[in-house]
Design a protein around this ligand. Structure first.
Ligand SMILES: Cc1cc2nc3c(=O)[nH]c(=O)nc-3n(C[C@H](O)[C@H](O)[C@H](O)COP(=O)(O)OP(=O)(O)OC[C@H]3O[C@@H](n4cnc5c(N)ncnc54)[C@H](O)[C@@H]3O)c2cc1C
Length: 377
C-alpha cells in the first residue's frame, strides 16, 4: 500500500505511540500507526509485565500535575477497555540523608500537597520486616502510587485506537521522514505514506531517524529479574509495598508478587551503552545477574537468591534524565523520546498532549519544561 493520505502518521506504536494513536483517533483524526514489530512486543522499552506509577515525583515537582492527569486517563482507559490495567499499591522509598530519591519525593509532596509518611528506621523495620535497609537511611511511604500492566496498556490503547478508525502497519520499518509545513512524507522499507503531520516516537531507535536526537539520546541495556518468594507476606498487597531503594551499591526498585509466587526487581542505575538497538544482546550474560542477586541476598528477606525469569529492556536516556517532548518547526512533527527509564506512566497524558498539539496547535498541559530548548539555554 503506497501514497496513502491521512491526518497523522504515528511512527512507533509502543508505550507512547499507542497512547498518541488512541487520543488522536478518539478526536476523529485519520491516523496511521507504523511499527517495525507487532506491539505489544518485548523488543523495545515497554515490556516486563508492570510499570510503577507514583505522584510524589522525586525526579522533579513539575511532573506532578501531569501525573494527576495521567492516573485519571489510565483509569479511564481501563474502564473503556474493560481490562484491569492499574492497581494502587504503597511505595516505600529509602535513601541516605539528602538522597535525591527521598528528598526529591518529599519536595514534590510538599509543593503539591501529597500525602507521604516518614518512618523512623525502627518503625520501618517493624512495619516492613522484609527489607534490610542501612540504619542511617530515611524511609518514606507514598500511598498515591501503584502499578500499570504495561503490555495490557499498550494493547488497550491500540485496540481502542483501531476501534476509533486508526489503521496500523506492523512489521514495517520507517526509513526516512521529510516534508514541510502541513505536508509530511514517510518512507518505510515497504511504501511511502503522506499526511498533514506526524509523531515520531521510536523509543531507542529515535536517534536513527533524526540526527539532532542521536546526539541527545544515550541508550542503555537494562535487565529485569523475577525471584521466587519464600514467604507469603510478599504476596500480600497490604503488607508488601513496591520499593525504590537508594543504596550505596546502586538504586534498586521492585514490585512485590502479582502472581503469588515471585517478586520482580532490577537496578535503576547502571546498564551498558547500546550502539544499535536492533543488535541488542537479549540473552542474560554472565555478569548481568550478580548485582541484582547480591542486592536480593543483602537487602530483601525471604526471597530466593536465584532468579526464575528474566528479560532485557532498554532505557533511552536524555542528557539530564528528563523527557524530550517537542513540536518541531522545520517539519510538521511532534517528537516524544528520551523517556530515561521513567516514562511509561506518562504515556497516557503525553499522548493526550500530542493529540491536542496536532489538532489545536496548543495544549493546556504544562509541558514546556520537557522541550529540548532547555539544552540551548
Ligand atoms: C526495565 C525497565 C523498567 C522500567 N520501569 C518503569 C517504571 O516503573 N515506570 C515508568 O513509568 N517507566 C518505566 N520504564 C520506562 C518506560 O518503560 C519507557 O520510558 C517507555 O516504555 C518508553 O516508551 P516508548 O514508546 O518511548 O518506547 P517503546 O515502547 O520501545 O516504543 C517504541 C516503538 O517504536 C518502534 N520502532 C522503532 N524504530 C522504528 C522504525 N524505524 N519504524 C517503525 N517503528 C519503529 C518499536 O518497535 C517500538 O514499538 C522502565 C523501562 C525499563 C526498560
Amino acid at each position: 500500500m503506497s501514497s496513502e493520505k491521512c491526518d497523522v502518521i504515528v511512527m512507533g506504536c509502543g508505550g507512547f505511540g499507542s497512547a498518541a494513536m488512541y487520543h488522536l483517533a478518539k478526536r476523529g483524526l485519520k491516523v496511521l500507526g507504523i511499527d517495525r514489530f507487532h506491539p505489544p512486543h518485548d523488543q523495545g522499552s515497554s515490556h516486563g509485565e508492570t510499570r510503577v506509577i507514583r505522584k510524589a515525583y522525586f525526579e522533579h515537582p513539575d511532573y506532578v500535575p501531569l501525573l494527576h492527569r495521567a492516573w485519571d486517563l489510565w483509569e479511564e482507559l481501563a474502564e473503556k477497555s474493560d481490562h484491569k490495567l492499574i492497581e494502587r499499591r504503597d511505595l516505600l522509598m529509602s535513601g541516605p540523608p539528602g538522597s535525591e530519591v527521598t528528598e526529591g519525593a518529599r519536595q514534590s509532596a510538599r509543593l503539591h500537597n501529597l500525602p507521604l509518611e516518614d518512618l523512623t528506621h525502627e518503625e520501618a523495620f517493624k512495619r516492613f520486616p522484609m527489607f534490610n535497609m542501612p540504619p542511617d537511611h530515611t524511609v518514606t511511604v507514598e500511598s498515591t502510587a501503584g502499578f500499570l500492566r504495561v503490555e495490557r496498556c499498550v494493547g488497550a490503547h491500540l485496540d481502542l485506537a483501531q476501534a476509533n478508525g486508526a489503521l496500523m502497519r506492523c512489521g514495517e520499518t520507517v526509513k526516512k521522514i521529510s516534508g514541510s509545513a502541513g505536508q509530511l512524507s514517510v518512507q518505510t522499507d515497504q511504501a511511502t505514506y503522506s499526511a498533514g503531520a506526524g509523531i515520531l516516537t521510536c523509543g531507542a531507535w529515535t536517534g536513527q531517524l533524526l540526527q539532532d536526537y542521536a546526539k541527545l539520546i544515550h541508550v542503555r541495556r537494562k535487565t529485569l529479574f523475577w525471584y521466587p518468594i519464600q514467604n507469603s507476606v510478599w504476596a500480600d498487597p497490604v503488607r508488601a509495598p513496591m520499593f525504590f531503594l537508594d543504596l550505596p551499591e546502586g538504586q534498586f526498585y521492585g514490585l512485590p508478587s502479582i502472581d503469588g509466587r515471585t517478586i520482580k526487581t532490577g537496578e535503576h542505575t547502571g546498564g551498558e551503552t547500546v550502539k544499535d538497538p536492533s543488535t541488542l544482546e537479549r540473552s542474560i550474560l554472565a555478569g548481568d545477574e550478580a548485582p541484582v542477586s547480591r542486592f536480593v541476598e543483602k537487602r530483601l528477606v525471604d526471597i530466593e537468591s536465584t532468579f526464575c525469569r528474566s528479560t532485557v529492556c532498554m532505557y533511552s536516556m536524555s542528557p539530564d534524565g528528563h523527557f524530550l517532548f517537542d513540536q518541531l518547526t522545520d517539519l510538521p512533527l511532534v517528537v516524544a523520546a528520551g523517556f530515561s527509564g521513567h516514562g511509561f506512566k506518562f504515556a497516557s497524558v503525553l499522548g493526550e498532549a500530542a493529540a491536542e498539539l496536532l489538532q489545536k496547535g496548543r495544549t493546556s498541559l504544562d509541558i514546556e519544561f520537557l522541550s529540548i530548548n532547555r539544552f540551548a539555554r
